[in-house]
Design a binder for this molecule. Structure first.
Ligand code: IPE
Ligand code: IPE
Ligand code: MG
Length: 252
């Protein structure tokens, strides 16, 4: 969906992206270790995939681990990686049976070989599924993604395959990890934080944002529906003017 589309009521989003935040605080509030928050966060992730399918969302992108999350204590990092690995291992068959295509976005060069193999297998096995696409943003940072795309274009230009003057928005977008996907119309962030934390900087240029205080482990069907309802009430203008204003201008 490009920013060139006509203004109008938001209706129903095709692509929803979620910054799943607040696992640590969820655990802290209960006097539990952060790991327990992440475990419950994984349950919320499973539920979100199911709910998205039932609510007619065709693409669900989930921010599961950022390029900055490597800064966390080594024990937390390895717990998170293990949890995500087990999720793919355990849930792949079920996701495949449900017609879910799995895609992983983010840098791959620094992934451990076993994680890389798992990612590639999940994508390969589910590549022809059409019911819904689950995009897992893992080792993902939007700046890193844009840098990798720029590097590819620079190499193509240096070798004479691409004319620098021919580089436009579409060409750059085609080198991003999300190349063949429409942009998210809705980005949800849980836990009350109101920042983007290096998520989909390019793709969310015209997304609607819904910030909810709900901590990620508590993000249930009702919370998902509430975010969609908030989105449905938005007017998307893409730099244009809303319809009544448009008519006034025409009449003047
Ligand atoms: C989100 O929860 C999970 C990841 C970022 C991987 P957090 O772990 O960030 O939870 P808070 O923000 O500390 O509560
Ligand atoms: C964003 O959450 C990353 C993910 C949800 C994977 P963080 O908890 O890492 O973000 P900051 O540090 O609060 O900006
Ligand atoms: Mg956080």
């Amino acid at each position: 969906m490009s920013a060139g589309q006509p203004p109008g009521q938001a209706a129903h989003p095709v692509h929803v992206a979620i910054i799943m935040d607040g696992n640590g605080r969820w655990a802290q509030l209960r006097g539990l270790p952060r790991q327990e928050g992440h475990r419950r966060g994984l349950e919320a992730l499973r539920a979100a995939v199911k709910n998205a399918g039932e609510l007619g969302v065709k693409i669900l992108t989930l921010y599961s681990f950022s390029t900055e999350n490597w800064r966390r204590p080594a024990t937390e990092v390895s717990f998170l990686l293990g949890l995500l690995k087990r999720f793919v291992e355990k849930d792949l068959d079920e996701l495949h049976a449900a017609g879910v295509r799995v895609r992983v976005i983010g840098g791959r060069d620094d992934l451990a070989p076993d994680v890389l193999r798992l990612v590639e297998r999940a994508e390969m096995v589910t590549r022809d599924n059409t019911k819904m696409t689950l995009v897992v943003a893992f080792n993902y940072g939007a700046r890193d993604e844009i840098v990798r795309a720029a590097r590819q274009l620079a190499a193509a230009a240096a070798s004479g395959r691409v004319e620098p003057a021919a580089i436009d928005e579409a060409m750059l977008a085609s080198r991003l990890d999300t190349a063949d996907m429409p942009d998210p119309e809705l980005v949800i962030r849980t836990s009350g934080e109101t920042r983007i934390s290096n998520f989909l900087l390019w793709q969310a240029a015209y997304a609607e944002f819904v910030f909810t205080p709900v901590l990620w482990p508590d993000f249930d069907r009702a919370a998902f529906e509430a975010a969609l309802a908030e989105y449905a009430g938005r007017e998307r203008r893409f730099g244009g003017v809303s319809e009544p204003v448009d008519r006034n201008v025409g009449a003047a």
